[in-house]
Design a protein around this ligand. Structure first.
Ligand SMILES: NC(=O)C1=CN([C@@H]2O[C@H](COP(=O)(O)OP(=O)(O)OC[C@H]3O[C@@H](n4cnc5c(N)ncnc54)[C@H](OP(=O)(O)O)[C@@H]3O)[C@@H](O)[C@H]2O)C=CC1
Ligand SMILES: O=C(CO)COP(=O)(O)O
Length: 346
């Protein structure tokens, strides 16, 4: 039976997910803070800034008034950039008096606090207003989901029943949802793949080819798994949709905002120029800072992340960063991962 669901964030991903929910017969309220965009959604059933050429189902109702949009709602899909999550949740708590299931679909880690998004949600929401936190993540570009192209994602929560509930809400014949109880691994994989996607864009921008990209994906996965395992993730999660799956889609697609930003950096633009020109969120930049801080804190080796950190924040040239990665001391390929797998078996 259809449910009333609010999607907060009328950007590319929020709008594409609202389409999936509307296709599944739910009553979808799409909230955005841009009044003109909401009027366009209600009048023309389009979101021309974020999903040009896509006709939205007429069942999606745009809201600009958050209080009205939250009326009678039990499930919130949170689809804003990581840096907006605290601000948005503070508004939500002011307008609700019953426990909510919050489904977050953002991919990031907060610099300085080093919190994952589910941890931020638990921190911001008063206990009596939070029923469950679920993350929905995986290899999924909004541009393809809005065309109803086959897509697979993972629903994860500390409460597996909540993850299954969200699986039920979203699953359909073009959007297949799996469950995974490892919320740490799912969130870490989704956030950190953006670092590697920026690097893949950089090497493409420098004119390097498939060999460099395959190296980044596999060695990137190794360092994501190293950090994630130390943080308590199940190492096997990184071989799934939210690990290698999302790395493949983000590092190889022109739809990827992170790949595109990296590509411009590789072609010689400054970070400021790139971010000004993108017009959409590039989560990997802030996540690089957070992962750099986490790697120091947890004493985990993350050479690709450190190389990107130097490009983004220490004015190192992309070419120099690649050369320094290639010039590292020779090492064993599987040593670190087999340590991790050994430890998780003990
Ligand atoms: N796009 C995709 O294919 C996918 C994206 N994601 C993740 O989803 C999250 C959102 O990304 P995406 O939709 O691509 O981003 P977009 O840049 O396309 O859209 C972001 C939306 O959030 C809104 N927003 C920004 N700040 C605030 C705020 N303080 N209060 C209210 N609304 C705000 C923006 O409004 P405005 O237009 O006014 O700036 C915009 O509507 C990211 O974490 C991303 O990694 C995950 C999977 C796929
Ligand atoms: O997370 C994504 C695909 O799974 C979207 O990646 P980008 O933010 O790089 O576009």
């Amino acid at each position: 039976m259809g449910q009333q669901i609010i999607v907060i964030g009328a950007g590319s991903w929020g709008t594409a997910l609202a389409m999936v929910l509307a296709d599944n017969g739910h009553e979808v309220r799409l909230w955005g803070h841009n009044k003109d965009l909401i009027s366009e959604i209600n009048q023309y059933h389009t979101n021309s800034r974020y999903l040009p050429d896509i006709k939205l189902p007429e069942e999606i109702i745009g809201y600009h008034d958050l209080e009205a949009a939250l009326e009678g709602i039990h499930t919130v899909v949170l689809a804003v950039p990581t840096k907006a999550i605290r601000e948005v949740l503070q508004k939500v708590t002011g307008y609700t008096d019953k426990p909510l299931t919050i489904v977050h679909v953002s991919k990031g880690i907060e610099p300085d606090s080093l919190k994952r998004i589910s941890e931020i949600i638990e921190e911001e929401m008063p206990k009596e207003l939070l029923k469950d936190v679920v993350v929905l993540s995986g290899p999924s570009h909004a541009e393809e989901v809005s065309l109803r192209h086959p897509t697979t994602v993972t629903s994860s929560s500390k409460n597996i029943t909540a993850a299954e509930h969200v699986q039920d809400l979203f699953i359909n014949k073009y959007f297949r949802v799996y469950t995974n109880p490892d919320i740490v691994g799912v969130e870490i994989g989704g956030a950190l793949k953006n670092i590697i996607a920026l690097c893949a864009g950089i090497t493409d921008g420098l004119g390097y080819g498939d060999n460099a990209k395959a190296a980044l994906i596999t060695r990137g996965l190794a360092e994501i798994a190293r950090l994630g395992s130390v943080m308590g993730a199940n190492p096997l999660t990184f071989s799934g949709l939210t690990g290698v799956g999302d790395l493949i889609v983000t590092c190889t697609s022109v739809h990827s905002r992170n790949w595109r930003a990296g590509n411009l950096l590789g072609k010689g633009q400054s970070l400021e120029e790139v971010l000004e020109n993108m017009g959409m969120v590039v989560e990997g930049v802030r996540t690089t800072k957070a992962a750099y801080q986490l790697a120091h804190k947890m004493n985990v080796s993350m050479p690709i992340t450190f190389a990107l950190y130097d490009v983004l924040f220490n004015d190192k040239s992309p070419k120099e960063a690649v050369d320094s990665l290639m010039g590292r001391l020779p090492t064993h390929e599987m040593e670190d991962l087999s340590n991790i797998l050994g430890e998780s078996r003990n």
